[in-house]
Design a protein around this ligand. Structure first.
Ligand SMILES: Cc1cc2nc3c(=O)[nH]c(=O)nc-3n(C[C@H](O)[C@H](O)[C@H](O)COP(=O)(O)OP(=O)(O)OC[C@H]3O[C@@H](n4cnc5c(N)ncnc54)[C@H](O)[C@@H]3O)c2cc1C
Length: 409
């Protein structure tokens, strides 16, 4: 047994049949209990190694092949059971902690992050450092057994209700910019952290400005090496793209304590992400909008909707190809950047077509506006799609330099 084994998972092993699907199904027969609390169900799932079975047994997994992570989602869906918590904690932070945290920090945070007991946000972007993230200037200075942090972060989704932030700060201003950065776990509920929500042009308020004034980080709350934060950041951004596309089992419309708690959690989550479907352009609404406007026989509109729907299908296939490469442990190539660019183009085209169908009235908000104001919401939300998680231009630079091997501009 590796010496960093978490005592809670010490009994978990990959000892099972050579059919993980039937092993998991049998485990569900014995353990899925909708009358338990949401947290105790998720703790059971995580402690048994079934939350992410491809992870090592010492890290709450079962050392199984990559495809079993998707298999778990399928089986939970079939059973109507609830999966892991939504949000950055499970998609972005947990895999980053698993790979980069030392033993003590991992034991302290991985389990509670996977169950959703600890919630997270990403404190990377700054007013002067977005695409050029390595140019960040928030400073962390060692002070005995703690770090003191000063600086400003911005666009931090969910920071207004998160317990912890995954923070990038400069620890060596003399070092080349990519080498002087360290990645920290910062507790957000402290006097040195001020969170100010930002009102967006679509009238939602999902992200925040963060002012760090002598904020404290415990000395051992470092991910990776001191000065090695850039590789931790790249790993977190990789997980954001990889896991961000993974769906979760839908929550059944059934009464019972666990389902009630899961629905409440999803509602809370949707307070932040309610406008995200509009950000993707609401392609699903286009055919009915076209018919309602009597434009479904117009060749120009028909051609445009066919183009958008085809692009959406191709993008789905690209995502499936990437998922199947991952599931068989084969390296992926340009899929995540191409997929990100495609979602931007689809959102842009769909928003434009919604605007053409609705005409100038699409700009109206309120209940009497077209689709109850939804068109205006699409028009003010879609630009975020080509910015969040790396802008279109940055994705094109990645494809040009890393995939096509073109020289840096
Ligand atoms: C919905 C949403 C949620 C977000 N959530 C978070 C979060 O939780 N945490 C967080 O830390 N950040 C978050 N962000 C911030 C996001 O990561 C940044 O907005 C993004 O990286 C771009 O940085 P910027 O806004 O500073 O733009 P800039 O980097 O200033 O870019 C401005 C323009 O210049 C272009 N540009 C910049 N550099 C180059 C280049 N080298 N080559 C070509 N063009 C270039 C860009 O493409 C863009 O068009 C979020 C953003 C959005 C929209």
């Amino acid at each position: 047994m590796p010496d960093d084994t978490d005592p809670r998972t010490a009994s978990v092993g990959s000892a099972g049949s050579d059919d993980p699907r039937s092993d998991f199904s049998s485990w569900l027969d014995e353990n899925w209990d909708p009358s338990s609390s949401l947290l105790s169900w998720r703790e059971r799932l995580v402690d048994a190694g079934w939350a992410m079975p491809s992870w090592p047994t010492s890290h709450h997994g079962r050392d199984l092949p990559a495809w079993t992570d998707e298999m778990v989602k399928d089986e939970l869906t079939k059973r109507g059971a609830v999966g892991l918590a939504p949000g950055a904690g499970t998609t972005l932070v947990a895999p980053t902690i698993r790979e980069h945290a030392g033993k003590a920090l991992r034991h302290a945070l991985l389990r509670s992050t996977m169950t959703g007991a600890a919630s997270w946000c990403q404190l990377f972007s700054e007013p002067g450092a977005g695409s050029d993230l390595a140019g960040l200037s928030a400073r962390a200075v060692r002070d005995g057994d703690r770090w003191i942090v000063n600086g400003q972060k911005v666009w931090s989704t969910s920071a207004d209700h998160a317990d912890y932030g995954l923070l990038l700060a400069r620890t060596d201003p003399e070092a080349p910019k990519h080498r002087g950065i360290t990645c920290f776990v910062i507790p957000l509920q402290q006097p040195g952290v001020e969170v100010r929500p930002i009102r967006q042009m679509n009238d939602y308020s999902s992200f925040n400005e963060i002012f760090l004034t002598d904020a404290e980080v415990p000395g051992d709350s470092v991910l990776g090496e001191i000065g090695g934060g850039w590789s931790v950041a790249l790993s977190a951004l990789h997980h954001e793209r990889l896991f961000g596309g993974l769906g979760r089992p839908p929550i059944r419309d059934t009464s019972g304590r666990l389902f009630d708690e899961a629905r409440k959690e999803a509602q809370e989550h949707m307070r932040t992400y309610q406008w995200y479907p509009q950000r993707q352009g609401r392609v699903d609404l286009l055919p009915s909008a076209l018919r309602a406007a009597g434009l479904d026989r117009d060749p120009v509109f028909r051609q445009e909707i066919a183009r958008i729907l085809s692009m959406q299908k191709i993008s789905e296939w690209t995502a499936q190809r990437a998922a199947s490469l991952r599931a068989t442990d084969r390296p992926t190539g340009a899929e995540s950047s191409i997929g990100k660019l495609a979602t931007s183009e689809i959102a842009r085209s769909a928003a434009r077509l919604h605007g053409m169908i609705a005409g100038v009235e699409g700009l109206l908000t309120g209940e009497s506006a077209p689709q109850g104001g939804l068109i205006a919401e699409i028009l003010t939300s879609f630009p975020a799609q080509s910015i969040a998680g790396g802008t279109d231009q940055i994705q094109k630079n990645i494809v040009a330099e890393k995939v096509l091997g073109l020289p840096r501009s």
